[in-house]
Design a protein around this ligand. Structure first.
Ligand SMILES: Cc1cc2nc3c(=O)[nH]c(=O)nc-3n(C[C@H](O)[C@H](O)[C@H](O)COP(=O)(O)O)c2cc1C
Length: 185
């Protein structure tokens, strides 16, 4: 569905489509927005890494990612629960820069039920390493451990900075608590 064929005219229509695409992305491995870059604050510098979008909810304006509870990003989020997510979709020609508040959950009913589903899949391996991510290793890989270190990161969106690349000219818009407005790209 190329953006060029149906360029959306109004800010309302663009915001609705942004949420429809975010809701579709977790189930669609081909969707560019399934993979995001999450930037966080690490002391006095920035850090960033790829994460897979697992869930999106337009009502609470939130996105969910999974991670290893011992990973450096978790410590960074605990210290500074502010982040930026960057997503790009080639077919849409749309970049999103999302200013987000980050919260962590490593226990509770929602986390246990997600883990119960995930542990039956190959992705479970990512959360079963006996060593925390970033630990120095003698060999390139570690054996699978038996205890999971699974955590969910919820990113609540406070601002959407939308950029459209298009042959007829770029467009940019901002969506936040102050409303919707066009910006110079
Ligand atoms: C395609 C791809 C998808 C990834 N998805 C995730 C993810 O969903 N969650 C995650 O914690 N790390 C994911 N990673 C690994 C992170 O990018 C990162 O290397 C790792 O989590 C350690 O990050 P940290 O040191 O900032 O905690 C992914 C990496 C790639 C290349």
């Amino acid at each position: 569905m190329p953006a060029a064929a149906e360029r959306l005219a109004t800010l309302d229509a663009i915001e609705a489509r942004v949420w429809a695409e975010l809701a579709a992305a977790p189930q669609d491995k081909q969707h560019g927005w399934r993979l995001a870059v999450l930037a966080t604050i690490d002391g006095d510098h920035a850090d960033a890494r790829s994460v897979v979008l697992r869930d999106a909810d337009a009502v609470s304006r939130s996105l969910v990612f999974y991670t290893d509870a011992r990973s450096p990003k978790v410590r960074q989020i605990e210290a500074h629960p502010l982040g930026t997510l960057v997503l790009w979709s080639q077919p849409l020609g749309w970049q999103l820069r999302l200013r987000v508040n980050l919260t962590l959950e490593a226990s509770g009913l929602a986390v246990s039920s997600r883990w119960a589903r995930l542990k039956m899949t190959p992705a479970a391996h990512d959360y079963l390493s006996p060593l925390p991510p970033g630990s120095p290793l003698e060999r390139p890989q570690v054996e699978r451990g038996s205890r999971e270190h699974f955590a969910e990161v919820t990113a609540t969106i406070v601002l959407i900075d939308w950029l459209e690349l298009h042959p007829e000219g770029q467009r940019r818009a901002l969506f936040d608590a102050g409303g919707r407005r066009w910006l110079a790209p």
